[in-house]
Design a protein around this ligand. Structure first.
Ligand code: ATP
Ligand code: MG
Ligand code: MG
Ligand code: MG
Length: 427
């Protein structure tokens, strides 16, 4: 919705009053970070497609709610008795609109606090407002809280939070809604998690084939561990990031990408891969996107695969050495009580073996252990002060690769989208 931010504040400048969109979404850093959820919950990805509709003074709050309800119960034909909604406790208007909506009894309208039902872009200034969310009853008690699957969030942009943190009222209530395509697919296809939908079918099939080709044992069960899910999810994320011009690096979005790739490789290691494997999955990613909505994934595939492969070569060389350093820690008697990985070990994994810290935390958490992040940060700062080069492993190779990619123009300034769309050829 970032592209529409200014329209919420000043609907008069919007070239249209209503819009619909399918947006590529990444939630692997910043305020919305689902990296740790992937593979462990039925519903989270790092990359997903968000279906949205918007109003910049084009329709009212009640119309937005009515349209959402109609879409779910008439167009998609979900049974009404399996839906429930939340509203912000102080947003009586939304409560009343739902109350008057046929098919939703009052006990299915739940008032929530601002933590869940007041939407803001981030910590700073920007449009914001109350939201109402629609949940699907999976009827699966064993899921606990996850029994209720959030499918759609309707945000009413009623305020602007200024630089001083105060809420100003916006002149006109605008609407910004978002629904996860993969979640909707899991509901429509009656699956217990997103990964069982047809969106991911070619990817798991491909992964199994690649495992067979590598002479590995495999079971068709995708729910046995988080690792297959992490691999297919992260493959989508890394490929879309690279296609949009991100290159692995040690800062900013490049580091988000590197973390994603390295987490996927570590999951591959857990499955038993000893050789680079990610790029062998790429044709299956293309198959899963075969409707042609993302042509750049096809015609940029050589560059995307080259970059993933380089990252694999760099990290796979140190991954098993790093894991071999970590493994004995879990057996160390003097740590059995604290169940905390010594900061020195976590730092060495980061500094010498290129383990992103969150990867070490993930491995620790799988065993019920923790990492003293503050102590690791101190070590990192101390090292920085001493001016020693970090990221010894692979860093010079990486730098020269990045330079090479730049020189080869693998990622020039992206100006040719239209032309690429038309010709199917990169400009
Ligand atoms: P949750 O509470 O399940 O983490 P959310 O409240 O963070 O979801 P929103 O920020 O409201 O999600 O995003 C709008 C919609 O996008 C959600 O209702 C959901 O359908 C979808 N969505 C959000 N996060 C993810 C994700 N990580 N993977 C897949 N779909 C997602
Ligand atoms: Mg979330
Ligand atoms: Mg939520
Ligand atoms: Mg939400």
């Amino acid at each position: 919705m970032v592209q529409f931010k200014d329209y919420f504040r000043n609907p008069a400048i919007a070239p249209f009053k209503q819009a619909t969109s399918i947006q590529k979404c990444m939630r692997a850093g910043g305020k919305h970070n689902d990296l740790d959820n992937v593979g462990y919950t039925p519903r989270h990805h790092t990359f997903f497609e968000m279906l949205g509709n918007f109003s910049f003074g084009g329709h009212s709050k009640s119309r937005a709610i009515q349209m959402a309800w109609r879409f779910l119960t008439e167009v998609i034909q979900l049974p009404k008795d399996r839906l429930r909604v939340t509203v912000l406790a102080s947003d009586q208007e939304s409560y009343d609109i739902w109350k008057n909506q046929e098919g939703i009894p009052e006990e299915k309208i739940i008032r929530c606090d601002t933590k869940d039902n007041f939407w803001t872009m981030g910590e700073g200034s920007g449009p914001c407002g109350p939201c109402t969310e629609i949940f699907w009853d999976t009827q699966n008690d064993s899921l606990g809280e996850d029994r209720w699957l959030e499918i759609w969030n309707l945000v009413f942009m009623q305020h602007y939070r200024n630089e001083q943190g105060q809420l100003e009222n916006l002149p006109i209530v605008c609407v910004d809604t978002g629904m996860g395509l993969e979640r909707l697919a899991s509901v429509v296809q009656n699956k217990v998690n997103n990964f069982e939908t047809d969106v991911f079918e070619p990817l798991f099939k491909g992964l199994h084939q690649v495992m067979i080709d590598a002479g590995m044992e495999y079971s068709p069960d995708i729910n046995a561990s988080p690792h297959k899910k992490i691999i297919v999810d992260h493959l989508r994320a890394m490929s879309f990031l690279i296609a949009d011009g991100v290159i692995p690096s040690n800062v900013g979005r490049g580091y988000v990408l590197r973390r994603i790739i390295r987490r996927a490789l570590r999951s591959g290691n857990q499955l038993g891969f000893t050789e680079p494997f990610m790029t062998k999955l790429y044709p299956h990613l293309l198959e899963s996107l075969s409707d042609g909505s993302y042509p750049e994934m096809n015609f940029r595939q050589d560059s995307i695969k080259a970059i993933i492969h380089q990252e694999e070569e760099i990290f796979m060389g140190t991954l098993s050495k790093g894991l071999a350093l970590l493994e004995p820690v879990f057996k160390q008697k003097d740590l059995m009580d604290s169940k905390q990985i010594p900061a020195e070990v976590a730092f060495k994994l980061y500094d010498t073996f290129g383990f992103p810290l969150d990867l070490t935390v993930l491995i620790a958490e799988e065993r019920g252990w923790t990492v003293d992040l503050a102590a690791v940060e101190k070590l990192r700062q101390k090292q920085q002060e001493q001016g020693r080069a970090s990221w010894k492993a692979g860093s010079s190779l990486m730098q020269s690769k990045t330079l090479e990619w730049k020189e080869q123009g693998i990622f020039p300034t992206f100006t040719g989208y239209q032309r690429e769309m038309l010709t199917g050829q990169p400009s």
